[in-house]
Design a protein. Structure first.
Lengths: 99, 290
């Protein structure tokens, strides 16, 4: 028994899949990185760990982008605007951090 | 990195997020004290590390809440327009503050929240009772939040709970402050966000916790960007905490859905008290070994 509408079901499903696959990819890379680092002590193992963390931090951004796509499909102007605003703020922050 | 620090960092992540996600928090309230007091990390690095662990914790917990359709995604997105701006501002404020000031701020904030929770405990019980949420839907004062109205299936009550959202502009303004505080202290913000959504915006506690766990990851990302910019996020320190945080959040989120709201509120109140006392002692200039 579910309370949400069918439109929301789509958004819930997308976000669920994004969040779960994001954390899974990130964890696999971080664990792989640690195992390789433990065996070889090589620099590239650190890069794999860093990549895993990068995927982790990009997952919330991806979930906002997918919510934006969902609102675009629904033609929900208020929430298209809201999600674009959040994406802009986060991208600005990432550009500041990484460039 | 030696094995001891690897395991102890992982242990901090596990313990923090297990407690945190059971209470619908990001776990940051536990990470920062543990990282600074037990592992002697500088507070800025502890906060930066905490923010990334908070993202891991949030993703894990919120995916479970989203699967159960407890999360009010529209409300979360709306409030995030304020929280992300606040988080970026908070990161820059933290960078100019000294370690003792940041440590003191952490303590003072928790004391304040603990005190307000005691005073408002009765109010929370009223606000979250099913009778109250049913009355709320006809209340004219909730009309401003009509476009954010939502419903969810409550497993412990075995029925669909429908609710409206009150005082949306006030909630937005407070989210800005929560964003600043979250990034300043590395706490994710649930400890402030949940009472605000529950007491002021009149969300049922379960929906408030779920919506918060969705928001926290986005807020923490905005804050983490600024900490990374200032060199306070070290991947090899963050990674073990993150793995521990994931495992703790996974277990915690499973437990939260099976517990009744009243038990959660009691745990929430007790943990706030304990943290407030520890932080008070920590903030004092006396040589107390905490």
């Amino acid at each position: 028994m579910k309370a949400a509408s069918s439109k929301d079901n789509r958004l819930y499903k997308w976000l669920y899949l994004t969040l779960r696959s994001g954390i899974a990819c990130s964890l696999c890379l971080v664990c792989l990185g640690f195992i390789l680092f433990g065996i070889t002590k090589a620099e590239f193992a650190k890069s794999i760990i860093t990549l895993g963390i990068l995927i982790l931090v990009l997952t919330p951004l991806l979930s906002v982008v997918l919510a934006m796509v969902n609102f675009l499909m629904e033609k929900d102007k208020l929430y298209i605007g809201i999600s674009i605003a959040i994406v802009c703020i986060l991208v600005l922050g990432l550009v500041l951090a990484l460039v | 990195m030696d094995e001891i620090s690897l395991w102890s960092l992982g242990g901090v992540g596990l313990a923090g997020s297990l407690l945190g996600s059971m209470l619908g928090l990001g776990g940051g309230v536990f990470y920062v004290p543990l990282l600074t007091l037990v592992l002697n990390l500088p507070i800025h690095i502890a906060i930066g590390t905490s923010l990334v662990a908070v993202i891991a914790n949030s993703i894990t917990a919120s995916s479970t809440h989203i699967k159960a359709q407890l999360t009010n995604i529209r409300l979360g997105m709306f409030l995030e327009t304020a929280a992300t701006i606040g988080a970026i501002a908070g990161g820059f404020i933290a960078a100019v503050l000294t370690s003792p000031i940041l440590t003191g701020l952490f303590g003072i904030t928790l004391v304040g929240i603990g005190y307000s929770m005691v005073r408002r405990r009765q109010l929370i019980q009223e606000a979250t009772s099913l009778r109250e949420t049913a009355v709320e839907s006809d209340d004219s004062s909730t009309r401003s939040g009509g476009f954010l109205a939502a419903s969810y299936y409550d497993r412990s009550l075995n029925q669909v709970v429908t609710y409206n959202v009150s005082r949306v502009p006030q909630g937005w303004g407070i989210s800005l402050l929560v964003g600043i505080a979250s990034s300043l202290l590395g706490v994710g913000g649930g400890i402030m966000n949940i009472p605000v959504m529950n007491l002021i915006m009149r969300l049922p506690i379960r929906a408030a916790m779920a919506t918060n766990s969705f928001m926290v990851g986005i807020t923490a990302l905005a804050g983490a960007c600024v900490y990374y910019y200032h060199g306070y996020i070290h991947p090899l320190t963050v990674a073990p905490v993150m793995v521990g945080a994931f495992i703790g959040a996974l277990i915690g989120a499973q437990l939260v859905q099976r517990a009744r709201s009243i038990i959660l509120r009691q745990i929430f109140a007790i943990v706030l008290f304990i943290l407030a006392v520890l932080m008070l002692l920590r903030a004092s200039p006396l040589p107390i070994p905490i």
